[in-house]
Ligand binder design. Structure first.
Ligand code: PEP
Ligand code: MN
Length: 352
């Protein structure tokens, strides 16, 4: 762990993977300092995280140690040279975090879901140059996430980052919070000024999936990780199943495959394959336009002959048929279904 890590510089260059680790909740001085000591042996960990105020789903569970824990965060900072980071949910948290020299703040998934809270926090941060990371809201709602960046940016927060922590869903998934990678990708497309890191702990919810999800995030080009660690994970007051020891974190980091961000000039194979993909995409677009053309002609015919636009039986049959053909071609049946649903909706809209 180097003492000279400059988070503001990182916001400009993202030249190294930002690894943030520490307990879900700060529980005691001993727990925090022991965990921090373990983390200090991992070169890549630059930031110590610790939840001081915990947004719990149910009352009468551990809701965080409060102000006292900030003193231990400061002690860990002085002892091991980490930058420190905590979650703030109300303006008073920001004031206390600043008082104890916390270096970086984050807004949690539950807070980001509430624009009133985000606005209050943004007002409190006005004129303050502390870096702030914003977790995605619990629900898969990109606009809420975007709105939080806009509120904070509007209040002059200069160092703004995103934390992808997965999304709650009713569908059964192996994850605690489904990653839905398309959402952070779309955020990146709309706001390439915002660096995004991945909170693999809250995506996974268990230790077993961490390695795989960390690798996926790296392959997707994540700029950093937030990973919960605890000196005695099984005894953790919160999120015990997903926390790992600093030692396991060290092993997990060593097992990661780091890939190059850019392709070397001489990698013709990839360049040619990309060219091929571009040509196929072109063909797809041309075919789609041709299909819509035919669809409009069918629409005219239906109008002339007074036939309803939606022909449910035919739609059911063709969808089933396309899905089966897709399966035979080795395609994913869900994707084929979704693609044709979109195409069909567009056709119907044109015929109305
Ligand atoms: C946390 O980081 O411990 C936390 C509560 O996260 P989230 O807001 O993503 O649930
Ligand atoms: Mn947690």
């Amino acid at each position: 762990m180097s003492e000279s890590f400059d988070i503001r510089k990182w916001f400009k260059s993202h030249d190294e993977l930002l690894v943030i680790s520490g307990p879900c909740s700060v529980e005691s001085r001993e727990q925090l300092l022991t965990t921090a000591e373990g983390l200090s042996k991992i070169e890549r960990v630059k930031v110590l995280r610790g939840g001081i105020w915990k947004p719990r789903t149910r009352p009468e569970t551990f809701e965080g140690i409060g102000e006292e824990g900030l003193k231990w965060m400061r002690e860990a900072r002085e002892r091991y040279g980490f930058l420190t980071m905590t979650e703030v949910a109300v303006p008073e948290h920001i004031e206390l975090a600043m008082k104890y020299g916390i270096d970086i703040l984050w807004l949690g998934a539950r807070t980001v879901a509430n624009p009133f809270s985000v606005q209050d926090l943004a007002e409190c941060l006005r004129g303050c140059d502390v870096p702030v990371f914003v977790k995605n809201p619990i629900a898969p709602d990109l606009k809420l996430w975007l709105g939080a960046f806009e509120r904070l940016g509007g209040a002059g927060v200069k160092y703004l980052g995103g934390i992808h922590r997965g999304f709650s869903s009713y569908e059964e998934t192996p994850y605690r919070n489904a990653p839905l990678w398309e959402i952070p990708i779309e955020l990146l497309r709309l706001r390439h000024d915002i660096p995004i890191i991945t909170d693999i702990s809250h995506i996974c919810g268990c230790r077993e999936l961490l390695q795989e999800v960390a690798q996926t995030a790296l392959d997707m080009g994540t700029l950093g990780f937030m990973i919960e660690t605890h000196c005695n994970p099984d005894q953790a007051f919160t999120d015990a199943q997903q926390q790992i020891t600093p030692e396991s974190l060290k092993n997990a980091i060593n097992k990661l495959t780091f890939r190059k961000k850019k392709v070397d000039k001489d990698e013709f194979v990839l360049q040619n394959l990309r060219k091929e993909i571009d040509e196929i995409d072109n063909e797809l677009l041309n075919l789609l336009a041709k299909r819509m053309n035919v669809s409009e002609k069918i629409g005219d015919f239906k109008k002339q002959h007074n036939v309803t636009v939606l022909q449910m039986d035919r739609w059911k049959n063709i969808l089933e048929d396309h899905i089966n053909k897709g399966i035979n071609l080795g395609l994913n049946s869900e994707s084929v279904k979704e693609i044709f649903e979109i195409i069909h909706k567009d056709s119907i809209d044109r015929q109305l």
